[in-house]
Write a new protein. Structure first.
Lengths: 110, 313
């Protein structure tokens, strides 16, 4: 419950204070959000599975966000940034869907 | 869905990769950590409350919980910031678009004002010139020649009966995909510069005395060109539908126009691509003067005293 509150607090903080992000970081924000979503859904599902581990969650979150950003950065340098972004979004999207389905089965038993 | 890892030896790498992505939606680290915890619990004795190890484990757990909440706050922040950025980007684009539109309108108004000024000044020059020429017999003759030349050069507005030929793009297909905003138009269904050139040339050949497209008079040096998707007449864009008006005797114009083989070919083309190609006899057509060509060379009229040539005189 408290982590979900934390998420809400983060969203409200972001909307209220509207922090400015350096320009060079802006292209990586959307992909970082998708990666963060993946980690959050994974953590939530692990919680429902009863195997949640804080260390794993924190490390998976940070590494997900950093690696997603790095892949896109590398793609930008190589001229395939858009394609690599698509690849990252597809893979993470599949995982988010799978985890969301597992969460749904837990919550609704269906 | 289970998080079991399928490590089939016989499967190809691509298939196993896909399998892994599809089956392993949960980070296997969670399962590993859980297994480790179970193993640790089995190996160690049941902890008691007074055990110092249990106390450190409790503080560890509290720290972990704080970390998790912190990470969730960061996740929320990320999402909110990204949303803000996207919204601001859309807003910025709209603003830029509006500013550009304003610029275009302003510059168009300026250009129109300058054109009006140019027309006014040109009329003034013409009037002064006519006055100056009318005083002498030589000048009067030159003026008559000039009037005839101006007729030919489309430098004076004309009115009269004639033929109105309408060319229009094909209507967008009813079964074309309406989804996706920008309607993809078939380039074959668009009127091209060549079609207009053909019609105009056929009209000249049919005996037209003056020709204009969408109210824009064609002079002897007018060009009908294609730039992107717009047809330019003398570098001014004209838009669909294209109305070519030709002044002359309507009956001869029509007969000669229809007899022209190019027009027949164009009629077949427009039939097959769905272009609109019509013509009508008009009793009263009016065409303005064409924009006069730049003055590039001038010569002294023989017989006129050279004293008139002082600049500003």
């Amino acid at each position: 419950m408290i982590p979900i509150l934390g998420l809400a607090v983060g969203i409200i903080l972001g909307l209220v204070f509207d922090p400015t992000v350096p320009l060079w970081l802006q292209p990586y924000l959307p992909i970082a959000v998708v990666a963060a979503l993946d980690a959050v859904f994974g953590g939530f599902r692990a919680r429902l599975d009863g195997i949640f581990d804080a260390k794993v969650f924190v490390i998976s979150f940070v590494s997900n966000v950093v690696i997603a950003g790095l892949i896109v950065f590398l793609g930008d340098q190589l001229g395939v940034g858009a394609q690599l972004s698509t690849a990252v979004v597809v893979v993470l999207g599949i995982r988010i869907f799978g985890n969301a389905a597992a969460i749904r089965r837990h919550v609704f038993r269906a | 869905m289970t998080s079991t890892v399928q490590r089939g030896g016989a499967r190809s790498m691509g298939a196993s990769l896909l399998d892994q992505v599809l089956a392993e939606t949960l980070d296997p680290a969670y399962a590993q950590a859980a297994a480790r915890k179970v193993a640790a619990a089995k190996s160690s004795a049941v902890p008691t409350e007074s055990d110092p190890a249990a106390a450190t484990a409790r503080t560890d757990r509290r720290r972990a919980r704080v970390l998790v909440v912190l990470v969730m706050v960061i996740a929320g922040l990320l999402a909110a910031i990204t949303y803000d950025q996207a919204a601001a980007g859309a807003q910025g684009r709209a603003q830029v678009r509006e500013a550009l539109l304003g610029d275009i309108h302003r510059e168009t108004a300026t250009a129109e004002g300058l054109t009006g000024q140019l027309d006014r000044l040109r009329r003034q020059v013409n009037r002064t010139r006519d006055q100056a020429l009318r005083t002498t017999a030589v000048g009067q003759r030159a003026l008559d020649q000039l009037a005839a030349a101006e007729q030919g050069a489309a430098a004076v507005p004309v009115t009269g009966p004639g033929l109105l030929v309408t060319l229009a793009n094909a209507k967008p297909n009813a079964d074309s995909d309406p989804v996706g905003g920008a309607a993809e138009t078939d380039p074959n269904g668009l009127v091209r510069d060549g079609d207009l050139q053909l019609v105009v040339n056929a009209l000249w050949a049919a005996g037209a005395e003056a020709v204009g497209i969408n109210g824009q008079r064609l002079g002897p040096t007018s060009a009908i060109r294609f730039a992107g998707e717009a047809v330019l007449v003398d570098f001014n864009p004209v838009t669909n539908p294209y109305e070519v008006s030709a002044i002359g005797d309507p009956d001869t114009l029509r007969d000669n126009f229809l007899a022209s083989p190019e027009v027949g070919a164009l009629a077949v083309i427009s039939e097959s691509y769905g272009l609109r190609f019509e013509f009508a006899k008009e009793k009263d057509l009016a065409l303005p003067a064409a924009s006069p060509p730049e003055l590039r060379s001038a010569a002294v009229v023989p017989g006129v005293p050279a004293t008139d040539q002082e600049p500003g005189g």
